[in-house]
Design a protein around this ligand. Structure first.
Ligand code: GAL
Length: 933
């Protein structure tokens, strides 16, 4: 199959509330109306590129649902009440429409076309050329639709997608919209269907392949399927050829196998990937090809000895992660997905739990490439048809990724986890998984302590959410000696970067490793516990990064959680270095807190290090020294005085590292640090860390200043600073203003009257021609002097046509005119020349459609005359909701620093990216990022 990326050139319309005018209808095939219709002109909508999350563009609203990070996506969960206890409702934006046009050439008539969505949050409906194709409920599984029969070859085709994000699947920020990639797959009539290839690759070099061949022709034929493997070093191996003879419209199973001698294994530090190419031939001519990457690796969970990758013991040093990031919500460009994995690897993380839902394909690709193990999680423990559909989609999509080591069938299902409902659901799900993949163990994140009844008793690997809830874990192990155990969730410590005091008033919580949820443990506490027990396979920290929603511990003040080892921007909190010191082999020494406090104030100093001894010095005076035990850290009590705090790390009596914190003066300079000096052209993302420094170049850790950005050569896509309390915007869309043109006149039936084309017409029962009239509504309009103002109705007699005219001043040059709603057939003339013509999409069964359009025009200097002529065979015609001259201004992007830092994300185009950052009284910062050739 050939796949075409379908992320570009979409338009988007946000529907605030249910709009009776926005109906789509299911009466006749290809006759959906309005936004879902084939020819609706959406050029006046916002122009966007996927991935897109409209939730992150909505303004914060403290009354809006905290689990969506106080973004008013949905009305349902606002948990605030007025003084009488009446729940406060907030204006919500739960529905979005997307449209895109595309052309498929005449020469492609014999091909098959499959439209594939990787992820839409959530409950979406898809139309192609006005034909309803299908809907999809889950916000986390992908889906693909064969749209071949709906394609108009050689013509413009349209896709319309209605997305309804009003319902929840989780208790964290889930976003809203088409937030992952969309593809159009093109295949020959005889092809390998999507996601039907399953590769089992063993460390012995043996490979077993199950695939399918689909014949979508009216005749049978003889075809050969050839399997070939390309090694990481480019060497090619043939795995042989299988002959198949599918009947018309038959899908046949095909199995191939072979051996690659001495395969290079997929390892965490050397994640080597092979590629399988399956080619279908007919009489030696290749018809279809599919490539899949895979790796040779072996994973074992042992109940006594823990986890082994390729025969070597590893301890799971894992993190749970939700999928959002600063600035972009859940709509992560692939580069940001990869960046998150890179940051985790630097910290020593070797495993990622995709909690509590299927990850994006880009995430698994990044984990395959970078060497990160994945616990791949299904959303809900359910064996209903919908539950199994989602589970099947997950396993089929992800089973060839070497990074995936465990399937998780869910998390903390309180109603069922300890009873027979849970047991039955789990058994059915495990059976379903085994039919699709028999190489991986199944687990579940249970917070039901030492319970074994229900789900825990039937999964291969017991997932413990929080040792504290189990009580005596050793006793649990002794009671169930055959069951390997993994910590599916641990820690749940809340910390804000650079804050060293809890303050419920402001919503900040201290970054010392001490504030845990009642079920959680400190970083040091849980890690020491696990590391001391070889039978435990390690665990996943809740969480790798902060995430929007689930504001903890201060529900009302915070918009995001504080659980992350890194904040929402991926800026490390101090505890990052605790993990790094015990999870990597590199020498680590990190001093906390920063050194800007009140003179005389007692300050607790913590040093995270894997050195065996540490000295602490303040202004050249030795404060003390300590030995550091394995998996521990050093603590010192000090009294603050400005100057220089220094830690010296020793190994075997020899100094190996120093870390220094200097008291910073007022911020003077802005420094910009891009993640790379060069990015790929078009669509790559530059991740820029913006930091305040004082006049001596010392980072200023406590300064919060508003900064403004100027970006050339690229497009800013988001800002953030990791402040859990911030309600600043993260996205600054272009500013679109629509200006009325002036006084309109309507010529109809021989008379000319002034009209307002902005005012909505009076509602009439649709289709009731006997109610046609021109209505008197308001007195005193200046155009009438002492006469009454007349408002037009769209309804007139079928033979009549309406001619609207307006004169307005232009400066010469280009302009954009927006026609919000036009009923009936229309012709638009500017200064006597026709510039557009068209018609609405009313059909025999429905006559309430309208069209809209945006025209790029050239105006003359001085007076311009615009005429719109409307007519309709049903009599329903006219201009509505206004005609405007549109001006679009680039918004000014800004962000405050938090703890002296903020982040700007810029999407690349074709040219080098220039970024400048300004702030009052600060020397501005600059960065240039080149385009890689
Ligand atoms: C767990 C749950 C997570 C998150 C966490 C917060 O029990 O599985 O989704 O809510 O608590 O501590």
């Amino acid at each position: 199959m050939i796949r075409h990326i379908f992320d570009q050139d979409w338009t988007f319309y946000l529907q605030a509330e249910t709009d009776p005018e926005v109906e789509y209808g299911f009466l006749k095939h290809q006759e959906a109306s309005l936004f879902a219709s084939r020819h609706f002109d959406s050029s006046s909508w916002q122009k966007i590129e996927l991935p897109h999350d409209w939730g992150v563009e909505l303004p914060f609203d403290r009354n809006a649902d905290p689990s969506h990070g106080h973004r008013p996506i949905s009305e349902q969960r606002g948990n605030f009440a007025d003084e009488n206890g009446t729940p406060l409702r907030t204006k919500a934006y739960p529905i979005g429409w997307y449209r895109k046009n595309f052309v498929v050439g005449e020469d492609k008539r014999d091909r098959r076309f499959i439209l594939a969505f990787e992820g839409v949050y959530r409950d979406c409906m898809v139309w192609v050329n006005g034909a309803y194709i299908d809907g999809h409920l889950s916000g986390y599984t992908g889906f693909s639709l064969d749209i071949t029969d709906q394609i108009a070859f050689g013509e413009s085709n349209s896709i319309a997608v209605r997305v309804d994000a009003s319902q929840y699947e989780g208790w964290w920020y889930e976003g809203a919209g088409i937030y992952r990639h969309v593809w159009l797959y093109e295949a020959g009539p005889v092809h390998i269907p999507l996601e039907e290839t399953y590769i089992r690759a063993f460390v012995s070099g043996e490979i077993a392949i199950h695939t399918k061949v689909s014949n979508q022709l009216e005749q049978s034929g003889v075809y050969e399927v050839e399997a070939a493997v390309t090694a990481p070093d480019g060497r090619k191996f043939s795995l042989g050829v299988e002959e198949v003879q599918p009947n018309p419209w038959e899908v046949l199973d095909v199995q191939l196998s072979g051996v690659i001698s001495n395969p290079i294994l997929w390892e965490l530090e050397n994640p080597q990937l092979y590629t399988l190419t399956l080619t279908i031939y007919r009489e030696g001519i290749p018809l279809d090809e599919e490539t899949t990457s895979f790796g040779f690796r072996d994973i074992v969970f042992d109940a006594e000895k823990g986890c082994f990758l390729n025969g070597r013991h590893i301890e799971i040093q894992g993190v749970c992660v939700h999928q959002d990031f600063a600035g972009v919500g859940v709509a992560l460009p692939d580069r940001i997905t990869q960046y998150k994995i890179e940051k985790l690897k630097e910290m020593g993380v070797n495993a990622y739990r995709s909690s509590h839902h299927p990850p994006s394909p880009a995430l698994l690709d990044a984990c395959d490439r970078l060497g990160m193990l994945v616990m791949d999680e299904h959303r809900q423990t359910s064996s209903t048809p919908e539950g199994l559909r989602q589970l099947t989609a997950l396993v089929k999509r992800d089973r060839n990724h070497p990074c995936v080591i465990l399937w998780s069938i869910g998390n903390e299902e309180h109603q069922i986890q300890s009873n027979e409902f849970g047991e039955r659901a789990a058994k059915t799900m495990i059976r379903t998984i085994r039919q699709l993949d028999d190489t991986r163990a199944v687990t579940y994140g249970g917070n039901n302590g030492a319970d074994f009844e229900g789900i825990n008793g039937v999964v291969d690997v017991r997932g413990i959410n929080y040792i504290r809830l189990v009580g005596d874990v050793d006793a649990y192990h002794a009671a169930h000696p055959g069951q390997p155990i993994i910590g599916s969730e641990e820690a749940s410590v809340v910390m804000a970067r650079g804050i060293y005091k809890n303050d419920p008033q402001t919503g900040y919580v201290s970054a010392y490793d001490e504030n845990t949820m009642s079920w959680g443990s400190t970083a040091e506490g849980w890690w020491k516990f696990y590391h001391a027990r070889p039978y435990l396979c390690g665990a996943f920290v809740w969480t790798g990064f902060d995430y929007r929603g689930e504001p903890s511990p201060f529900v009302n003040q915070d918009s995001c959680s504080n659980f992350g080892i890194m904040d929402l921007c991926g800026f490390p909190k101090d505890v990052y270095y605790y993990y790094q010191s015990w999870w990597t082999a590199e020498p680590v020494l990190h001093l906390m807190p920063h050194w800007n406090h009140t003179p005389g104030e007692p300050v607790r100093v913590v040093v995270y290090t894997n050195c065996d001894a540490v000295e602490l010095w303040l202004n050249q005076k030795k404060i003390g020294e300590q030995r550091v035990e394995r998996d521990g850290c050093a603590h010192f009590a000090t009294i603050f005085e400005p100057g220089e705090l220094m830690a010296i790390g020793y190994q075997g009596g020899k100094e190996i590292l120093r870390d220094i914190c200097v008291t910073a003066e007022e911020p003077a300079v802005i420094r910009i640090q891009p993640d790379r000096n060069e990015v790929a052209a078009d669509g790559d993302v530059a991740i820029l860390t913006v930091q305040l420094e004082d006049a001596h170049g010392t980072p200023v850790p406590h300064a919060d200043r508003l900064l403004y950005f100027r970006v050339q050569g690229g497009v800013p896509i988001g800002v953030g600073n990791g402040d859990p309390v911030s309600t600043e915007p993260e996205v600054f869309p272009d500013l679109v203003e629509d200006h009325p043109l002036g006084e309109w006149f309507l010529r109809q039936g021989g008379i000319v009257i002034p009209v307002s084309v902005e005012t909505p017409c009076q509602e009439k029962p649709w289709g009731r021609q006997d109610l046609m009239e021109i209505t008197e509504v308001e007195e005193g309009h200046p155009a009438f002097n002492d006469r009454k103002r007349l408002i037009w109705s769209v309804q007139s007699s079928p033979e009549e046509c309406k001619e609207y005219t307006v004169s307005f001043q232009g400066e010469g040059g280009k302009a954009q005119l927006v026609f919000k709603k036009i009923y009936g057939e229309y012709e638009i003339r500017l200064n006597g020349t026709q510039i557009a013509a068209g018609k609405d999409h009313s059909t025999k069964h429905r006559d309430r459609d309208w069209s809209s359009c945006v025209l790029d025009v050239s105006l003359v200097k001085g007076e311009n005359r615009l005429t719109v002529v409307c007519k309709s065979s049903t009599g329903r015609c006219g201009l509505h909701d206004g005609v405007y001259r549109r001006s679009t201004r680039r918004a000014v992007w800004s962000r405050s620093t938090f703890g002296g830092k903020c982040m700007l994300l810029v999407r690349s185009q074709q040219e080098p990216i220039h970024v400048e950052a300004f702030g009052q009284g600060l020397e501005s910062g600059h960065a240039v990022i080149g385009i890689a050739q």
